[in-house]
Design a protein around this ligand. Structure first.
Ligand code: OXD
Ligand code: MN
Length: 606
């Protein structure tokens, strides 16, 4: 199709009334946006251009189109109303860290934590792949707002995509459509997020970020964080870069409100690597032994943290939906999630039962008939649902969704919690002794890899602040920014580290996890309120074993002891390894971080 034709389609569309709403579809009065859309269209050559309004009617219409062409199939309408299944290409099932680039002028600005390309080389390489890639397809223009539409902390972008699956996911995950466009037009700037599924060939797949230009280009994948560009690409990589310039933090953190029986709510932000239980913690159901507690979900994956005028730390969740890992979800592990995904949900890469219900490992009811590739289920082919299979669902489906998630001013944060998946070493919980120490604790986070990213699973790797795949600039500068950020707060939240995944030598978990984690969060709150003493060790403050409530839990005194103590020799080796890791950042490493590491290593050597 010629450039003329693409242009013509835009004009024709603009003249036609939307058959559902009767309104004229959007284009834009913002010249910068219109010219970017025109320029992308002339390069990618779509058959049609559609500006998305984000309406329910538009969602339904695009779902119908995907049902007709087989991109989606409807699930059991009685048990799972308005739920659909999408099976991705089997080579496109997770984020691809090896194909993800941060393109800054200098390699050092991207840092050893990122793959790097010079911006001009990155554009040349990826633009070649975009040439005429939308021929025969519709190009969708999705204005979106990350964060409440009326929040000063929110930031907007426009995703251009040729994937209707991305359109419906972005509708569930972000504030997408007319209101976002209005904000973009009044602000005059936006993140340019260009996506095409291309030909899904992994050899022609790249996810590139140009933080100085506030732009993203992603091609060759239709999956999750590779394709829903508001999420990891914008709200973490680009936003972290922007946050450094503007004095805030964009973090891989859930935000949860913990309401005690006397009605006091503490908001806590927790950074755990992918597939380490953020969604479960954000939707936790209090254990029977803690009657009267309530838990409110603000967000399950990303937090934007800002100092407010009085120097308190406030958080918003830039997202408005969840793209959660499905396997393991059931009534016991996460009843809120289990219930919320029984209607109005898109499932990706789960299995199905004979009754056409979605099925996954750990569901605990039913059995698979077809696997995640649509084949008849055969245990010899491996798991029925892909380990990184996902649900996409609007946050409003969650009965524990906090009304303050929509508050423009966000919520005040009492504590920041880091954590990882570690069989050994890390105790159940400990508290950093200061903000600087907390930054070291975050920088030293290590965790076993999971199926959320392509690569080997179960390998312990450093994942500072759970941001290894997501920090849009050099980690050394990021830690310097964290240290500096603390100076701008008059009320510093305490910083903690937790590990729900400690095992004994037989491979059994020492801590039951899930809802029972509220017992640990309660200790954290008690520490924040100054209501409980702790044991001082070189790595931080640990709870007295008796201060962790274990009523009704089957935990031996030895297990509790192991969970609430440290092995000094092992920790000495750990501090040495953290030091070696920090060395890889060379001269840019902030002195204060090095001093913290040396001080603790020296104390452990005594
Ligand atoms: C996610 C991830 O999808 O971290 O949230 O991989
Ligand atoms: Mn995540």
């Amino acid at each position: 199709m010629s450039i003329m034709r693409a242009q013509l389609v835009t004009d024709e569309t603009a003249q036609n009334k939307d058959k559902h709403t009767g309104k004229t579809p959007m284009t834009t009065k913002l010249a910068a946006l219109q010219s970017w859309v025109d320029q992308v269209a002339s390069h990618t050559r779509p058959d049609a251009i559609r500006w998305c309004t984000g309406s329910d009617a538009e969602y339904d219409e695009i779902v119908q189109k995907m049902l007709a062409d087989g991109t989606l199939t409807a699930l059991n309408k009685d048990r799972y109303p308005n739920c659909y299944l999408h099976l991705s290409d089997p080579s496109d099932v997770a984020r691809v860290e090896n194909l993800t680039f941060v393109c800054t002028q200098s390699k050092d600005d991207a840092g050893p934590n990122n793959n790097w390309m010079k911006p001009s080389d990155g554009h040349t390489k990826i633009d070649e792949l975009f040439a005429a890639c939308m021929q025969g397809r519709t190009m969708y223009v999705l204005p979106y707002c990350m964060g409440p539409i009326d929040s000063p902390y929110s930031r907007c972008g426009v995703e251009i995509t040729d994937s209707p699956y991305v359109v419906v996911n972005m509708k569930l995950m972000t504030r997408m459509g007319t209101k976002a466009l209005e904000r973009i037009e009044s602000e005059g700037y936006f993140v340019r997020a260009l996506h095409s599924t291309g030909d899904l060939d992994p050899d022609r797949r790249f996810i590139m970020h140009f933080p100085d230009e506030l732009s993203i280009k992603s091609i060759g994948s239709g999956y999750g964080g590779n394709a829903l560009l508001g999420k990891k690409c914008h709200a973490l990589r680009i936003a972290s870069y922007q946050a450094r310039q503007e004095g805030w933090l964009a973090e891989h953190m859930l935000i949860v409100g913990l309401e005690s029986p006397d009605g006091v709510i503490h908001y806590v932000a927790c950074a755990f690597p992918s597939a380490c239980g953020k969604t479960n913690l954000a939707m936790l159901i209090p254990p029977k032994s803690m009657p009267g507690w309530k838990v409110w979900t603000l967000g399950d994956d990303i937090a934007w943290l800002h100092p407010d005028e009085s120097g308190k730390l406030r958080a918003i969740n830039p997202e408005s939906g969840y793209f959660g890992v499905v396997p393991g979800t059931n009534e016991k592990t996460n009843k809120n999630a289990n219930d919320m995904i029984m209607h109005d949900t898109i499932f990706t890469n789960v299995a199905t039962t004979d009754d056409n219900e979605p099925w996954w490992e750990g569901k605990q009811t039913g059995r698979p008939a077809k696997d995640w590739q649509g084949r008849d289920y055969n245990a010899e082919n491996g798991k029925a649902a892909h380990p990184n299979s996902r649900f996409t669902v609007a946050a409003t489906n969650n009965r524990a969704y906090s009304s303050l998630a929509e508050a423009p001013e966000g919520v005040p944060i009492s504590a920041i919690v880091f954590g990882g998946r570690r069989k050994e070493l890390a105790p159940l919980v400990y508290e950093a002794k200061s903000w600087e120490h907390g930054v070291l604790v975050g920088a030293g986070v290590a965790s076993e890899t999971t199926a959320a990213s392509v690569g080997e699973v179960g390998i312990v790797r450093r994942d500072p602040m759970a941001m290894k795949p997501f920090c849009g600039y050099n980690f050394a500068d990021y830690w310097a920014h964290w240290l500096e950020f603390g100076n701008n707060l008059t009320h510093l939240p305490k910083i903690f580290h937790v590990n729900w995944f400690r095992q004994n030598t037989a491979g059994d978990f020492l801590w039951p996890g899930f809802g029972e984690n509220l017992r640990v969060l309660n200790w954290i709150i008690e520490r924040c309120e100054g209501r409980v003493d702790a044991v001082e060790t070189p790595i931080g403050f640990l709870p007295y074993p008796t201060d962790i409530d274990t009523t009704d839990l089957d935990i031996s005194p030895e297990a509790l002891q192991a969970l609430t103590s440290i092995d000094r020799d092992q920790w000495h080796a750990e501090l040495k390894s953290v030091g070696e890791y920090l060395d890889t950042y060379g001269d840019r490493l902030p002195d204060a971080l090095r001093q913290q590491q040396e001080m603790i290593a020296a104390e452990l050597a005594n």
